[in-house]
Design a protein around this ligand. Sequence first.
Ligand SMILES: Cc1cc2nc3c(=O)[nH]c(=O)nc-3n(C[C@H](O)[C@H](O)[C@H](O)COP(=O)(O)O)c2cc1C
Length: 171
Amino acid sequence: MKLKLIFGSDTGNTDFVVENYLLYLLNAFDLEVTEVHKLVEKDWMDNSLFILGVPTWYDGVLQSDWEDYFDDFKQIDFTGKTIAIFGLGDQIGYDEYFVDGIGILAKVVLKNGGKVIGNWPRNNYSFSESKALINKDYFYGLPLDQDNEDELTLGRLEKWVEQLKNEIAEI
Ligand SMILES: Cc1cc2nc3c(=O)[nH]c(=O)nc-3n(C[C@H](O)[C@H](O)[C@H](O)COP(=O)(O)O)c2cc1C
């Protein structure tokens, strides 16, 4: 099954996670990887399954390429499209804005008719506020904290990718 992975990265942490973990974990898919700053409209048209990778910066702001692209992102019709989102953040240094980018993107996808898969339990993280929360128990996607818990990243991704495969099989 064709899967497009689209990500942005300012200081290389998301890039690291994609290159070292996700490329390997997603090898069951016909995977295409694109960086946000290279996106063209056609990238959304010719596929229905996507994973988005978004770090959060500057007190709840999207990573710079996502921020630059956000006006275009809000115009996309996500009807019939299935999207999973993972986001990098720092739950200690930015505990009031932890992985807000996940929520910012997820809300646009849902508003514009898409389906968001890969919701992830809130327990096992420590922060005070996040726009990535759907409710008190779940995030819209998978938070990863390379700043404080990089030793947990691979295990979290392994579980999340298995969950995605099960959810995709149900569609
Ligand atoms: C100046 C600065 C602002 C940040 N703001 C946030 C934030 O608001 N929320 C959050 O969860 N993480 C925040 N972070 C942490 C980054 O999201 C984290 O370091 C991430 O791994 C960066 O990913 P990248 O290297 O792929 O851009 C911030 C980091 C820095 C240095």
